[in-house]
Design a protein around this ligand. Structure first.
Ligand SMILES: *Cc1c(COP(=O)(O)O)cnc(C)c1O
Length: 501
């Protein structure tokens, strides 16, 4: 299988090349030339455990990897030590409107769904580098709204032949996320706060990727930039697996029969997680509708309603910070598919987004988007209410991001009347990762201290916090740097020990 770019129809690359490179030279995103169908194989796949299923699916896409190499990557990533016996869990919400099931994706080392991809990406990447640019050391640049940064640091830490540099918005992540990153261990990691919001951090990183001067400086020192953001194909691919797995789990539990249609609801920021579900559908998983849930930064909900993507708006720092995004990078991949793979028109739209802050996809693409996607949003107040209601109704504690999706799913049921179709709601973080807001939904919060809040939430609900969060209390803070966004290039060169003279 070869890969092409959303903005240049002539490009054809192998999987290892696109994973090593991250983003295409002209700024486009890499997509598979065709999506392999597994429709005939569903009965076989149904019988597989998570790791075997992952191996099967990866084999279809990573055609320049050997079967053994793929098996090794899976074995190193999804260990029982890191994820427990089954990396994901499906939980039914029986007392709620509609027919929802939560797909818990946060049983990995950093307690957010990004572990599902970022525990395996380093292994994909080191294999890819060996194949495509032997001898080079990869510098992984990450812009994060919180969870990606920690998951990348944890995934790449002390992985040979890699260095990882993370930029996060100083006031745009939760205290727990900040603490997770500032205390990160490992000899090849650096963390830096940026004055600005997530889009500032992401734009700064994207600019560095396409900066020819930086590229040369790195090449001279045998380094090579790569990306762990969800623009990297190696991030999206692992996310396809759990939609299949969750569907099969519902079959195995007798909730649905094989072939029956489901919906998928996803709390969305950069559009990576929901796009992986779309790819699963293209491969033959019977998904009827995608419910795209935004917080108050509802640029996607507005886009789905109007066909106009417009980032020129106020930015809100919300209680679901990992979705505080106004430029949803992966939407480009969806629009590429829905526009009939028209790289010229995609280039125009993305240029317009970069220069003027908006674009209009026109009636034909808008209608295609609306047939497949339902968009909605949920503000902080309703997020709080939803957490409280779900707790009261179901005795189930969900985090702020998950609550946004639960709320928008209820809106979907109300607006469409579709209460029967089984719906998998992606649950993307442990409630203890956003403890202040989750506890605050249940009772007034007295303490400023995160760890006191953790203890209180445990007592109040009888649930237990993940040990990897509790342990942060005793870890020393290693990183303190805060910079302006235009200083990020300099920071990178310094970190790598490159003297620009
Ligand atoms: C990253 C993240 C999201 C958004 O996922 P995208 O793939 O960026 O749409 C939602 N919830 C949590 C907890 C996250 O960390």
């Amino acid at each position: 299988m070869q890969y092409k770019s959303t903005r240049d129809s002539k490009i054809r690359l192998e999987a290892s090349q696109v994973i090593a490179q991250g983003i295409s030279a002209e700024g486009g995103l890499f997509v598979p030339e065709t999506l392999p169908s597994v429709q005939d194989k569903l009965p076989q796949l149904l019988k597989m455990g998570y790791r075997q299923l992952a191996e099967e699916i990866f084999t279809l896409f990573l055609t320049d990897f050997s079967r053994d190499q793929i098996a090794d990557c899976v074995k190193m990533a999804y260990t029982e030590e890191k994820f427990g016996a089954s990396p994901v869990k499906v939980v039914g919400l029986s007392a709620s409107v509609g027919n929802p099931y939560l797909l818990e994706l946060w049983h990995g080392p950093t307690c957010a769904f990004k572990d599902m991809a970022l525990q395996i990406l380093p292994h994909f990447l080191t294999e890819s580098l060996k194949k495509s640019v032997p001898g080079k050391e990869a510098v992984i640049l990450v812009a994060t709204s919180g969870d990606t940064g920690k998951a990348a640091l944890e995934g790449f830490r002390d992985v040979r032949g890699t260095k990882v540099i993370v930029f996060y918005p100083q006031d745009g992540v939760s205290p727990m996320q900040k603490r997770q990153m500032a205390t990160q261990e490992g000899g090849n990691v650096s963390v830096c706060a940026i004055n600005g919001n997530f889009d500032d951090a992401q734009t700064a990183v994207k600019k560095i990727f396409t900066d020819k001067k930086m590229d040369r400086a790195l090449a001279e020192h045998n380094f090579l930039f790569s990306s762990a953001n969800s623009i990297n194909w190696g991030r999206l691919l692992p996310q396809i697996v759990y939609y299949f797995y969750a569907y099969f789990q519902l079959c195995r539990d007798g909730r649905i029969s094989l072939g029956e249609s489901i919906n998928v609801a996803v709390p969305t920021g950069n559009f990576g997680n929901i796009l992986a579900a779309y790819y699963a559908r293209e491969m033959g998983l019977p998904i009827q509708r995608f419910i795209c849930a935004s917080n108050s930064n509802k640029v996607l909900a507005d886009f789905i309603a109007t066909g106009i993507y417009d980032r020129r708006r106020e930015f809100f720092a919300t209680s679901s910070p990992s979705m505080d995004i106004l430029i949803s990078s992966n939407l480009e991949r969806l629009l590429y598919a829905l526009s009939g793979e028209n790289s010229e028109v995609l280039s125009v739209w993305m240029e317009s987004l970069a220069q003027e802050g908006h674009y209009d996809v026109g009636d034909m693409v808008r209608k295609k988007v609306q047939t497949l996607f339902f968009g909605g949003f949920c503000n902080d107040e309703d997020t709080t209410k939803t957490i409280a209601e779900v707790w009261k109704r179901e005795n189930y504690l969900c985090d702020t991001h998950t609550a946004v999706a639960v709320n928008v799913y209820a809106q979907y049921v109300q607006k469409t009347g579709d209460s029967a179709t089984p719906t998998i709601i992606a649950s993307t973080a442990s409630p203890y990762k956003f403890v202040k807001d989750v506890l605050g939904a249940l009772e007034p919060v007295a303490a400023q201290d995160e760890f006191m809040n953790i203890a209180r939430l445990e007592t109040l609900t009888g649930t237990s916090a993940p040990s990897q969060l509790k342990e942060l209390e005793d870890k020393p803070v290693r990183f303190h740097t805060v910079l302006e966004k235009n200083q990020s290039a300099k920071y990178i060169l310094e970190t790598l020990g490159i003297d620009e003279g």
